[in-house]
Ligand binder design. Structure first.
Ligand SMILES: [Ca+2]
Length: 476
């Protein structure tokens, strides 16, 4: 069709902006291509099997499932921690916990003192604003960024999203859950109340749409850390009613939780629809991920063992997908283990941003996996949790704590967990035993020693503090 136009008609048709691109050599034209938008959907406390595409038969997530159908789904995607704040600190900084000191939520001395054998390592509750986050790192290549939702790593202006490179902060401050719940009044210092009856998950979606529309003509990074589906369990009555009439399945049967998931799913659908309307879908990369496993007693992560707060798979393995039109083959699956700190280098590579000068990165870009590679260079993943998390929960090692101070490593199909109080080691083969039921540490001493050595070497390299001081109040 173009060849039938006169040069003047052609120039008029492509407009001024198009002329330079049309007349430039191919290489320059490629370089001028607008970098992709990044939408990072980050759900709170959503378990590995809490979405349809991961096998839930109770929760209904048609929009997320549709997204999965156009994506690469990662079946071995891990959070860096079994709870909220450290997962976020690692994701945003690209660093493992020992580098920023955010190991847990609140105090590391949770539970009854008489039941804690060790004085745990002191926790850091604020992500140091001097740390260069991914939002800061992609700014030089022209990105405008928003954090819309839960931050949990400090307050603006000192240490909130705006202090960490986000141009827009909606609803993000130190809190790890909505202070007054999911309906107005929110009592959120970073979110003016909407009309009576407004539901927080819907509102955050509205705010995300506003940001996308306002920035449709330039590259944007939308970090959307929903408060959902964290407690308090509160949802819209009509959705709760729907699930009350639906039989549970595979240990999943809480109607309010299901309704919270459906509201989240509706939000994903609205965002994808708006990207389509604005003709942005083809140049937008979408991530979907959760910060830790589902909460035992509310949902089921089966066949994984345990849930939020544990170093077992149920606490750290997450639903994850990446939709990247033109690069990722839709409907594909990747079982290579990846972890929260990988997103920073991944987004650097996707956006064409440089690694900030002098910035160490603990993860590895997963772009090769997205392009079809089967493995990364990195062969081991680590967790370091020198803190106590109280709570009786099915799957935990003892009745008082979801986690006592410990660490874990995954290498290939093998996973080793170490508990610092007594040096106990648990070795599991995840290929044969995804439910971590059969501790092979005694049966396979060589494999156990091999993984333990990896863990010790890693701890030494990162100066990871291990608690050794005895608690004088210990009296089990
Ligand atoms: Ca969480």
């Amino acid at each position: 069709m173009t060849k039938n136009l006169s040069r003047r008609e052609f120039l008029s048709a492509v407009g001024t902006a198009g002329i330079a691109a049309a007349l430039a050599p191919a290489g320059a034209r490629a370089a001028k291509k607008r970098p992709p938008n990044i939408v990072f959907l980050f759900i709170d406390d959503m378990g590995w099997r809490d979405v349809g595409f991961m096998g839930s038969r109770y929760y209904e997530t048609p929009n997320i499932d549709k997204l999965a159908g156009g994506s690469m789904v990662f079946t071995n995607a891990y959070s860096n921690a079994p709870n909220c704040a450290p997962a976020r600190a690692c994701l945003l900084s690209g660093w493992y916990g020992p580098r920023h000191g955010v190991y847990t939520v609140g105090t590391s001395s949770r539970g009854q003192s008489r039941l804690r054998k060790l004085i745990p390592i002191q926790n850091t509750e604020v992500l140091d604003p001097a740390i260069v986050t991914i939002a800061e790192a992609i700014k030089p290549v022209g990105y405008v960024s928003a954090s819309i939702g839960k931050w949990h790593l400090g307050d603006d202006p000192q240490a909130g999203p705006k202090a960490q490179g986000f141009d827009v902060n909606v609803a993000g401050f130190r809190a790890g859950s909505p202070p007054k719940g999911y309906f107005v009044p929110y009592k959120n210092p970073e979110l003016p109340d909407g009309p009576p009856g407004e539901y927080l998950t819907d509102r955050l979606t509205d705010e995300a749409l506003k940001f996308v529309e306002a920035n449709k003509d330039r590259p944007f990074f939308l970090y959307l850390p929903h408060y959902a589906v964290h407690v308090p369990l509160q949802a819209k009555a009509e959705l709760i009613a729907k699930y009350k009439n639906k039989p549970g399945s595979n240990g999943q049967s809480n109607p309010t939780y299901a309704a919270m998931i459906e509201s989240t799913d509706q939000g994903v659908g609205r965002i994808m629809a708006r990207l389509d309307e604005l003709n942005l879908t083809e140049n937008t990369i979408v991530f979907f991920f959760s910060d830790n496993g589902g909460v035992k007693g509310i949902t089921s992560n089966e066949p994984l063992r345990g849930g939020k707060g544990m170093l077992y798979e149920g606490g750290i393995r997450e639903p994850m997908l990446v939709r990247w039109p033109g690069v990722v083959k839709p409907g594909t699956t990747c079982d290579t283990p990846i972890i929260g700190v990988d997103f920073y280098p991944t987004i650097l590579e996707m956006t064409g941003a440089q690694r900030p000068a002098g910035k160490l990165l603990d993860g590895e870009s997963i772009v090769p996996l997205l392009k079809g590679a089967r493995a990364l260079k990195r062969k081991t993943l680590f967790w370091h949790f020198p803190a106590y998390l109280e709570g009786k929960a099915e799957g935990a090692r003892d009745p008082h704590f979801r986690t006592r101070p410990g660490g874990a490593v995954r290498a290939g199909d093998w996973k080793l967990i170490e508990y610092f109080e007594d040096g106990a080691l648990e070795l599991y083969n995840l290929k044969d035993d995804i439910g971590e039921q059969k501790n092979l540490a005694e049966a396979l001493p060589d494999k156990t020693a091999e993984l333990h050595k990896l863990m010790l070497t890693w701890r030494k390299a990162l100066n990871a503090p291990v608690p050794t001081e005895l608690n004088p109040e210990y009296s089990p």
